[in-house]
Ligand binder design. Structure first.
Ligand code: SF4
Length: 327
């Protein structure tokens, strides 16, 4: 991993119009960077805006405000179609549901070679077959799988095909949008291990999106926690699991089942009250206050600042500012 950021996201916003004067604020002013070779985990409940972040980075969505800078180039202000094409190739996405993201009428050979055809149109039939075979081997499949259809595979195998398809264009950066959420727990570790191996072999950088903290630790160098369109905490993986600073992160961590049955019986899960508020009608002050077990008076009045509490460990919570705020 290098110290230079491969990608920098500055004050990113994505508002979806609901009516003339109402917006759904899916992503509401977030900033972060990812170093080359790093894996950044992005975690939050469904509807928190994390998949929207992935879709903004892969340019599937236009942004409302802010910028996404990749190797010094603003992705949403690329000067030519050629440049757009070049960056689309560098940044690929692996989707949550491998079944719905694979065309059921196409064989694995056709699915994977689709990207090859677009990005390397001069490949002969034989070269294409060789390349598809190589990609299948990279993800633990083989040439016997080449001429089969998606429905002939298990969920884990389909996700392997999805990964091979993403690799076909030789990307540098992959947004993995909940790639293991639809898989059995026994298969999840296999897919995570494949992604870790590929990262080493292919020098890849990942944004790994997940809805809970159970598997993210194994793949992520740093983890970023999102709630209702905002980042509430970021830290190195180990640090986040050992010393969470935000009550929302504490609740997510308490939900992870423990493998030791004795510890699992003693585990005290923090059950959050109520539902996630609507991103159309956000709470005042801290957005987490309607569900926070540690809420204080100040939380409804002042939005907590997202700031560095310890070296490399950032959080947005008034508990970290005690004694500094008076309202
Ligand atoms: Fe809870 Fe207040 Fe911290 Fe928000 S700012 S997480 S409501 S204690």
């Amino acid at each position: 991993m290098t110290n230079n950021p491969l990608i920098e996201v500055n004050n990113l916003k994505k508002y979806f119009p609901v009516s003339n004067d109402t917006f759904l604020k899916a992503v509401d002013g977030i900033s972060f960077s990812i170093k080359r070779g790093e894996t950044l985990g992005l975690v939050g409940e469904s509807g928190c805006g994390k998949s929207t972040v992935g879709r903004l980075i892969t340019q599937l969505y236009d942004l409302t405000d802010g910028e996404i800078v990749y190797e010094g180039q603003n992705l949403h202000k690329l000067p030519t179609k050629e440049k757009e094409f070049e960056y689309r190739k560098k940044i690929q996405m692996i989707f949550q549901d491998p079944y719905s993201s694979l065309n059921p009428r196409m064989t694995v050979m056709e699915v994977i070679s689709e990207g090859l055809v677009i990005h390397q149109p001069k490949l002969s039939k034989k070269e294409k077959e060789q390349e598809v075979r190589r990609l299948l081997e990279l993800v633990g499949l083989n040439e016997k799988h080449m001429h089969r259809y998606p429905h002939e595979f298990s969920g884990g195998q389909r996700q392997r095909v999805g990964i091979a398809r993403a690799l076909a264009v030789k990307p540098e950066f992959i947004v993995a949008d909940e790639p293991i959420a639809a898989l059995d727990v026994s298969i999840q570790a296999q897919i995570v291990n494949i992604l870790i191996e590929l990262q080493k072999e292919q020098d890849l950088t990942y944004l790994f999106i997940a809805h809970d903290l159970s598997m993210v630790k194994y793949i992520s160098d740093r983890i970023m926690v999102m709630y209702l369109g905002k980042i509430v905490e970021v830290a190195d993986s180990e640090e986040l699991y050992e010393n969470p600073l935000h009550p929302y992160t504490e609740a997510l961590l308490s939900a992870i089942p423990l493998p030791n049955p004795r510890l699992e019986r003693a585990r005290e899960q923090i059950i959050l009250k109520g539902d996630v508020p609507s991103p159309i009608d956000l709470p005042s002050g801290c957005r987490f206050r309607t569900r926070c077990p540690k809420v204080m008076d100040v939380c409804a009045k002042v939005e907590p600042e997202f700031r560095e509490i310890r070296e490399g460990h950032y959080a947005a919570c008034h508990l970290q500012n005690e004694g500094e705020i008076s309202v």
